[in-house]
Structure formats: C-alpha cells, structure tokens
Design a protein around this ligand. Structure first.
Ligand SMILES: NC(=O)c1ccc[n+]([C@@H]2O[C@H](COP(=O)([O-])OP(=O)(O)OC[C@H]3O[C@@H](n4cnc5c(N)ncnc54)[C@H](O)[C@@H]3O)[C@@H](O)[C@H]2O)c1
Length: 336
C-alpha cells in the first residue's frame, strides 16, 4: 500500500480511538516510519496493541502532560500515561531546546509508554548537529545474570551524532541478542527464531518463538549485557521516577495497569569541546575506520545507522507490504 494512504488510515484509527489530531499525527508518523526503515516489529504489528490499551484507558487518550523546568538544561516530563510516542517526542524536543541554549539538555520522561525505535528521537537531535544518548526501559524479557527469571527489558541503548555526511551516525541497539519485537513477529507468523537467543521456560535453548516468549531472552555478552540492561533500567526508571525493577508491564499481555515507562534523553552540542573542528574530526575518524583492510565478503565497513538510512531512502519509493493478519487487524480497527 502507498505510504501516505497507509498513514492516513493509521491516523484515522488513532482518531477513532480517541487520540487528538496532533497525537494521532505524531503516532502514525512513527508507525509508518518504522515500516519504512524495515522495523516491521515496531510498526503496524503494534497498532492493535496500542489501540487495545487506549480502549482500556491504560494509554491515556487525553493526557495532561506536565513539563517541570529544573534548570535551563534540565527538565522533567510527566507524560500522564500518554501514548509513548507523544511523551517521548515532546521530551526529546525539549532536550534539544535545552542543549541549544546551554550546551547540554537532559530530559527525563516518566509515566510514559512504549515509544517505538530510539533512533527516531536520536535523529531529531542529530539533524540539528547535536549528539544524543537515549535510554528507555521495557517489560521483563532478560534474566539478570545468575537469575532464573526474566526481569530486565530488552532496554535499548542509543547514541547519535553527526557523521559529517547527510547520514546520521546512530547506534541503536537492544541489550538482548535480538529484540523482543522480532520474536513476537516470528510467533505471529509461525516462524523460527535464530538459535542461541532465547531459552524456553524450562531453561532449555529454543528456536520456537512462542516458547521463547514464555521463557527468557539472552542478553548480549553474558554478564556484560545483563549489566547494561541493569544500567538502562536505573537510568530510565530509578532515575526518572518511572517504573523499574521488573515493574514495567508487558504492553501486549498485561492489561492490569499503565506501563509507567521512563525515558532519558541527554543531548549535547557536538562542538562543546572542539569548536568548529568537530565535523572535520568525525569525518577523519570514520574515514580511518572505513579504510581498514576488510574480512572476506565485506565490501564496506558500515557505521551504525548507515544501512537503516539507505533502507529508508529505498523504501520511500516503494509501497509498504502488509501481511494478511495485519491487514485483518487494520480492517477491524478501522471499523471500531
Ligand atoms: N521501545 C522499546 O522498548 C524497545 C526495546 C528494544 C528495542 N527497541 C528498538 O528496536 C530496534 C531494533 O533493535 P535491535 O537491537 O534489533 O537492532 P539491530 O540489531 O538491528 O541493530 C543494532 C545496531 O547495529 C547497527 N548495525 C547493524 N548492522 C550493522 C553493520 N553491518 N555494521 C555496522 N552497524 C550495524 C544498526 O545500525 C543499529 O544501530 C531499535 O531501534 C531499538 O530502539 C525498542
């Protein structure tokens, strides 16, 4: 389907479910963008989940979002359980403003929800020549190192900075071996997941997506990944006033209350310490790495975000393919 047509449909669905026009616009933009960058697990596949939560008022369709100015650089957003896209979008825009004024902008967002891909927020800062770190916590998926039970989310860590070219440098990675959305999508489509990324509920390695969802996901690099997941839980939850320590509810399976997720955005002027030479320095840095001798089968050493950018540009010209089960969801949601 054509992307503008699809965006109109998604926006209409959000409007029908009670979001105002601005919030529907923001949310539909993020969902279509996820499809365009090839992150189907964070696009249309989540629309029904967001709508189910709005219907049950677990996502507040009319949030009274409060922004507290702590200093010229620091703000706290209470998203009042808005759809995650809205609280996070407002938060990153505020962090950008603060950074432009003072050199650094730190914004914590509490009482928010699942906000999709961290890179969408990072891109906004990088477009303004800023450097950014984004953190968000997520529902239990990973067992802390040494524990039998999952508690940490796939808690993505995202870093963005200008690359000296039009392609932003954006490292945006879950701390699990694969992100949970990919496992959910595989479960929905009856596909297998790669070996070595999850255990079933009995602690046995599995490639069955449904069994993996009942069991635990494995962190990147053992205790190091577990430590990073913990750090993100502290920064996003303990630090911001959001839920933490395994209390973030699963958006699909737990309809017993709002998620109260926390996000943290730290935005800095890229030229803070090196003035106008930042551009030259980053270009030089990337050039040196790209020039290294390559292993067999690798044509180019890519920097993080490069492939996603190319995919996005390519997909802009194509129509969006929608699997049958998601088409059926769309049909039902349209007639709600
Ligand atoms: N909101 C949430 O709760 C939540 C939770 C988990 C993940 N996510 C999102 O899911 C998305 C996907 O996460 P993921 O862990 O599957 O990402 P991924 O494994 O696809 O990519 C991780 C990073 O590696 C980079 N990369 C990939 N191939 C590369 C290559 N050949 N050379 C150099 N760099 C390369 C990518 O640009 C990206 O920055 C992220 O955008 C993340 O924010 C969201």
């Amino acid at each position: 389907m054509n992307k503008s047509e699809l965006k109109k449909i998604v926006k209409k669905i959000f409007l029908k479910h009670g979001l105002n026009s601005n919030h529907s616009e923001i949310s539909s933009n993020y969902i279509i963008k996820a499809e365009l960058v090839g992150a189907q697990s964070h696009g249309l596949a989540r629309l029904k989940m967001y709508c189910d939560r709005i219907k049950k008022k677990l996502i507040n369709p009319n949030p009274k979002i409060k922004i507290k100015k702590i200093s010229q650089s620091i703000s706290l957003v209470d998203a009042n359980n808005s759809i995650g896209f809205v609280g996070a979008d407002l938060g990153v825009k505020r962090a950008i403003l603060n950074a432009k004024k003072t050199g650094i902008g730190i914004v914590a967002i509490k009482n928010s929800g699942h906000y999709g891909l961290s890179s969408f927020y990072a891109e906004q800062a990088v477009k303004k020549n800023l450097t950014i770190l984004c953190f968000t916590n997520a529902p239990p998926a990973i067992a802390p190192y040494g524990a039998k039970k999952s508690l940490f989310g796939t808690n993505p860590i995202c870093f963005g900075t200008p690359s000296g070219s039009k392609i932003p440098f954006i490292l945006d990675t879950s701390v699990s071996k694969i992100n949970r959305g990919k496992i959910r999508l595989a479960a929905k489509q009856n596909n297998k997941i790669p070996p070595g990324v999850a255990l079933d509920k009995f602690g046995k390695p599995t490639t069955n997506a449904k069994k993996a969802l009942e069991g635990v996901q494995l962190p990147i690099s053992g205790f190091r990944g577990s430590g990073l997941a913990w750090m993100v839980d502290i920064l996003s939850g303990v630090f911001t006033g959001g839920n933490h320590g395994g209390k973030v509810k699963d958006p699909f399976d737990d309809l017993s209350g709002p998620q109260n997720i926390g996000h943290l955005f730290i935005v800095m002027k890229s030229n803070l310490f090196v003035g106008n030479s930042y551009n030259k320095r980053i270009k030089n840095n990337i050039r040196r790495i790209k020039k290294l001798p390559k292993i067999k089968g690798v044509k180019e050493i890519l920097f993080p975000g490069q492939r996603k950018y190319m995919r996005y540009k390519n997909n802009l010209r194509k129509s969006i393919m929608i699997p049958q089960n998601i088409l059926e969801d769309l049909k039902k949601l349209k007639s709600y």
